[in-house]
Design a protein around this ligand. Structure first.
Ligand code: SF4
Length: 402
């Protein structure tokens, strides 16, 4: 039996923000599964959580993250039911239990249901406090509603507050971003995520530069106020409130995703692949005698996800072989400011990182754009700007080994 993170995807939104690439559908089309006192959607989620825990022999969710879409569209009763079901099934509470909210949805009932259900961290999708910017990206909400939500959240002690902002939104200026961050600082959030606008829609090189400049400007304000950047887009106050759940993604630790459109990833020795995982994944896995991961995703068809009797029909499994897994360990690990933990890497792949990437690492050490210590390997701030070049070198080197 083992511990893992749990991600729950609530794929409903009231309207689509124009920059958003996440999987979400219009909530009003699914009133039938969302609006009962205890909604069929949440009952189905709770069942899947149990099924997945049994399948992968998980005795404890040590982190839980309810994301979306818009989790704050769940009723307080639904949120309480879902979280209390998770807590009731295990001995210890999760170290971190986050729910994402759109600030305009928050009310006292939702907040108290969350707190009673064991939620200890709120990730608030502010994105911008400027009403004109919000309208320009077709995002619901208003500055005054965001500020009231933050005031309400701050009435609860022991709740970690994380604020999400995006740099590069239409109509956003340097002054607007500065005002947003300074206004939020008054609420003393423990954590910020500052994303550079990124969407599948292509933007001009000029717009790309503008986004990068705005993001750097925001980053500098955060750093001056003691928020340390510990990952590409994430900052924690005095390095003390890093997101434990999100770190699992970057460190390639086990997590299970439940709900339409959710992803999960779990590490296995080949002998340990669960028998109930489909035959193709099994056959593929047994061809490889080394470390591999099993990645899975839930289908994005809500009706099918709700009604399928055999739950294996709605979660697709794929094994990641050792080569791809190693490449991913570098890609994700180097997103972290502290980089890759060498002993953890060795515990996964049986050998030190220098065995797979010795030439590339030497080249980048010579360029003084990377640092290798006994414990870690990371790129310097300048080196990180050339992450893609580093990965190109690395993939070529790894290609020669497999
Ligand atoms: S509310 Fe969030 S998930 Fe929904 S469309 Fe906007 S950014 Fe995307």
């Amino acid at each position: 039996m083992k511990k893992a993170g749990l991600y729950i995807h609530i794929p409903f939104c009231l309207q689509k923000c124009n920059y958003c690439d996440f999987f979400s559908v219009r909530a009003d089309r699914f009133k039938n599964i969302l609006s009962a006192a205890l909604s069929p959607f949440v009952l189905r989620l709770a069942e899947d959580i149990k099924i997945q825990a049994d399948k992968f022999s998980i005795s404890e969710w040590d982190t839980v993250y309810i994301g979306g879409g818009t989790p704050s569209l769940l009723s307080p009763d639904d949120l309480f039911y879902l979280s209390s079901q998770i807590l009731a099934a295990q001995r210890n509470s999760p170290k971190e239990f986050t729910v994402e909210i759109n600030p305009e949805d928050l009310n006292k009932e939702f907040l108290s249901a969350a707190a009673q259900g064991g939620v200890n961290r709120f990730s608030v999708g502010i994105q911008s406090l400027n009403d004109e910017v919000l309208r320009a990206c077709k995002r619901r909400g208003e500055r005054k509603l965001s500020l009231s939500a933050l005031e309400l959240l701050r009435t609860k002690k022991d709740l970690i507050l994380s604020c999400d902002l995006i740099a590069g939104l239409n109509k956003q200026t340097f002054d607007i971003l500065k005002d947003d961050i300074e206004t939020l600082l008054a609420f003393k959030p423990e954590h910020f995520s500052l994303y550079a606008l990124c969407s599948n829609t292509r933007v001009s090189a000029e717009k790309d530069d503008e986004i990068a400049e705005l993001w750097s400007y925001g980053k500098n304000i955060l750093e001056k106020n003691s928020y340390n950047k510990y990952e590409v887009s994430n900052f924690s106050y005095k390095n003390s409130y890093k997101s434990i759940h999100n770190e699992k993604y970057w460190r390639l630790e086990d997590y299970i995703g439940v709900g339409p459109g959710a992803f999960g990833s779990i590490f296995f020795n080949k002998e340990a692949l669960p028998a109930s995982v489909n035959a193709d994944a099994h056959e593929h896995a047994y061809l490889h005698s080394h470390a591999h991961a099993l990645r899975f995703s839930a289908i994005k068809n809500i009706d099918k996800w709700m009604t399928a009797k055999n739950r294996d029909d709605v979660y697709e499994y794929e094994t990641i072989d050792e080569k791809e897994f190693i490449e991913e360990a570098f890609m994700m690990g180097l997103r972290l400011t502290e980089g890759i933990d060498r002993s953890f890497f060795k515990s996964r792949f049986g050998k030190d990182i220098t065995v797979f990437a010795g030439k590339t690492i030497s080249k980048w050490l010579n360029r003084k754009e990377a640092v290798l210590t006994e414990k870690r390997f990371y790129l310097t701030e300048k080196g990180f700007l050339y992450l893609n070049l580093f990965l190109q070198d690395l993939f070529q080197e790894i290609d020669t080994l497999f």
